[in-house]
Each structure stands twice: as structure tokens, then as C-alpha cells.
Design a protein around this ligand. Sequence first.
Ligand code: NAD
Length: 539
Amino acid sequence: MPGRGEITGIDVLRVPALNKSSGFTDEERDRLKLRGLLPVAVLTQDVQLDRTMENVRRKADAIEKYIFLNALQSRNERLFYRALLDHIEELLPIVYTPTVGQACKEFAHIFQQTKGFYVTPADRGQIREILDDWPEDDVRIVVVTDVERILGLGDLGASGMGIPIGKLALYVACAGIHPRQCLPVMLDVGTDNEALASDPLYLGVSGKRLRGPAYDELVAEFIAAIQDRFPGALVQFEDFQTANAYKLMNTYRDRLLSFNDDIQGTAAVVLAGFYSARRLLGRGIKDMKVMFLGAGSAATGIADLTVPALVAEGLSVDEARKRLWFVDINGLVVQQRNDLAAHNLPYAHDHPPMKFIDAIRSVQPDILVGATGTHGAFTEEAIRLMAELKERPGVFALSNPTSQAECTAQEAYLRSGGRAIFASGSPFAPVTMDGTTFRPGQGNNVYIFPGVGAGALFCRAARISDEMFLAAARALAAEVDDADLAAGKIYPPMTDIRKVSLNIATAVAETAYAQGLARRERPGDIRKAIAEGMYDPRY
Ligand code: NAD
């Protein structure tokens, strides 16, 4: 007999959270009235997983794999998450960068079934009411974007919905957040991308982007609606253009459990890279100089978190800032310039203006961090000069997708005679040179945001502090073992991501308790309590 209120028959197969397809046992088939609706064989999830991966691998290209996995998520949610978790290294580049960027570009053409929640300017005054239509009441994480600037691909309008969907899939796979607690949101405020908007298949609001006070009011109304419908939910801001990204982060960081992943998540993952590099360089990060190429939200976010990390090592704020240098499209960021944005000013040094190569020669940084969105910005000359100046030059080419990276892994290793400590934003394959194989580390935000979110939610943090991101960066760096480091890899294997996320969540929650920001009674063993609450896709 089905339980009271239990869905039966074909409807079970239509609910992705319930559907196990050929995985239903004979007893379940009888109870749920599925006999005859399924082929007779009862398969274990392991066998279903083998078939899933066989199907993924037979697809001709990454976007076809993405479409297949997206359909699987809509059909059998647990099998999808099991695949993602068990094959994270293989599938991460599909559900996340770089393929997700391509999927967003093609969103209007590959769209099959709606997922997530859309807010448009026409919803003004009614957002709270419309939010009642979302079928789940226990939402804990909201990833919201307006996709004015995505993964180095620019304005993708409503086609960017793939971003919050992908990020939330990673919260589930990596940190064990339950899928029904996740809400992907697209603030569809129009697009200035004319090619996109003129496509007859485009699914978003037509017309130019909403800007100014009307935009601010829409976002404020949305946030208020979220707080009312899902009190205590974490809001993650994603892929907003730099000025809005800062505005939203600064407006809400002390008022709401929230963070901006492009700024704060990136900062923590790159800072973890600095902590790992210090083991290779044999000195503290307070003794290193870092030069950022690109002075936008990603680079500034990294610097803003590196300052408290250096202060924790004994420097003053001023001394810390002096170790961090920026070069943007107009050259070295120095006090004499009058074209700097507010977020650049704390890092504008008293130094003559100069271009990138001269700046490297003058400052002699230990690590170059590229966050320009510009392919090839780390020129051959720049990498060779770094290798001339430093025994182990740090070369972090963070821009996504792969085609936009400041240099490739191969270029970094070749041009530095195999001495570069290389990290990238998008994945690069290992490089073999003269019989030595180098394994590039990917400074992927996925190492950080799921654990930070899970830790903050676990302890019901009132807000997310810089100290929590510092704790996350340290916890991530602690996961890098000596063998990885010896092969040049400054991040842990992606296959360890659940353990990494669990340790980060624990460190974040510990920090929240220490700072008095946690609102849940402290359990005896935080790590164990977090682990026990993690979603398990197995059946
Ligand atoms: P942004 O638009 O805010 O800033 C870009 C900056 O790059 C600007 O300061 C601009 O002046 C500068 N710039 C552009 N071309 C340049 C050139 N040739 N030389 C010197 N400076 C140049 O963008 P953002 O949000 O800071 O993101 C930048 C890049 O960082 C993106 O491509 C994104 O993919 C990448 N990113 C990577 C990660 C990661 O790896 N984990 C995370 C976030 C962002």
C-alpha cells in the first residue's frame, strides 16, 4: 500500500526528486503502482551510473554533454548528483566553467525545460506575491544574477540562467545542500546585447537594461521578498557588472547573510593559492609581492582579502597594501593617475606611471595574477621576465573561459623553463616537458563557495565576515599535500571536494561561533554535525 499522500504511478516517474527509474525495487514497484510502467530489470544505482557515464562519453562535444546532463537533472535528480559527485573531475568542466558559459550563449537554442525563478521589471510591486509560486518552502540558498557580465563573456541577458543553476548544482554535489533548498534566480532586466536580443528564440525581456534608481528598487524589492518568504536564506550574488557587484555586496553584507562570489569567493580561492605557493617559495606571504594584471572586481577582491591575511601575519594595513600592485589597461595603478575607480585608490602607490613590462621590472613581484578577461595578456616577454627575476615565479592566469586566459599552462611552463607556479581559472591539461609532468592547479571558486555557504547556513550565521573567508582559504590550502605541491599543483584534487567543502564549512562555522555571529547552539562536534546533515544522492 502506498503511504498516505504518497504519489503513485506515472507521477512518481515524473518527479525528478523521486524518480529512480529502473532503480525501483520490486517492492517499490508494487507499492507505488509502477509495475508495467518500467522494463522488468531492477538495476542498482551503480549500474545506472555506468550507463549514464557511457551516455555522457558518447556525446560528440561538451555542449551535448551539458544538454544530456541537464535533461538527466530534470528526470532523475539523485542519479544526476551521484554522477556529478562520483565523476566531479570529468563533469565539473561541463556543468560549470567553461561549458556553462557556452551553454548560456546558446541557452535560447538548447532550452528544454524551465528551472529556476525569473524576476522582471514588470513584476515591480508583486515580487513577494509571485515568490509564493515557488514550490518549496525551505529554501536556504539563493544564487541570484542579472548576468550583465558573465565569465568573461559579457552581457548574456536572461540566457545566463545556466549560471545560478550550475552554481547550485555544485552546492548540492560538493557541500551536500539539499536540492530543494536551492533557488536559482535570474533578475531579467533586459539586455544591451543586441545580437542576443534580436534572436527570435531569445527568451528574456526585450529592450535595453533597466538602470539607475528603477534597477536599484527592483533589486531591493527582490531582496526584501526573499527575506520575508525565506528568512535566514543565504543570498549569493553572481556575475553582476563590477559597479553593481560592489554596490550590492556593500549594501547587503552587514544586513543579510550574503556574499559576492566573483569578488569574495575568488579572493578566498586565490588567497589559498598564495598560501600554497608560500610552501613552494619557503617564505611567508608577508614577504611576497603580488602584481595583479587587471584591476576590476576579481583582482580587487583578492587584494582586499589578502590585506587582512597579511595583517594576521603581523603587517599593518599600509604595509600590507604596499605589497600589492595593480596594472590595468592604462598601466600601473599609481597615485598620479586621475582615471582610477574608488576601489583602486587604496592600492594606488607613490610610484611613477609605467606600462606592464616596465612595472614587472621595477616592482619585481613574486606572483603575477591575471584577471583581465584578455587572452594573451601574459605575453611571452612578461613570463620570461618573471622567470629571469624569480626562481619560482607565480603565474596565475585566472580569466575564464579557457580561451580568455592570460596565458595557457603550456606557455607558462615553457616560457619559465618549467619553473612557474601556475594556476588558472579554467582547467588546463597536464603539461609534459623534458620527461617532467606538471599538473596545473585550477583556482576554481567551487573549492570555496559551497563550503562557505554550508558552514554559514549550518550555524545560522547572521552574516558572512572576511574572517570566514580567511578561514576558508586556510582550510583549502591545508588540503594540498606535499605530493601535489611537488607536481606544481597548488590546489587539492577535485575528487576530494566533499571533504574539502566539509572542512571549509567546519572552519567557517567555527569562525562564526568565535565571532559571535552564529545563532544556532554550538554542537560538540561541528564537523560531524555538518557531515550528518549532508545530502546523499545514493539509493
Ligand atoms: P572587470 O571587468 O571588473 O575587470 C577587468 C580589468 O581588467 C579592468 O581593470 C581592465 O582595465 C583590465 N584589463 C582588461 N584588459 C587588460 C589588459 N590587456 N591589460 C591590463 N589590464 C586589462 O572584470 P572582473 O570581474 O575583475 O573579472 C576579470 C576576469 O577574472 C574575468 O575574465 C573572469 O573570468 C576572471 N575571474 C576568474 C575567477 C577564478 O578563476 N576563480 C573568478 C572570478 C573572475
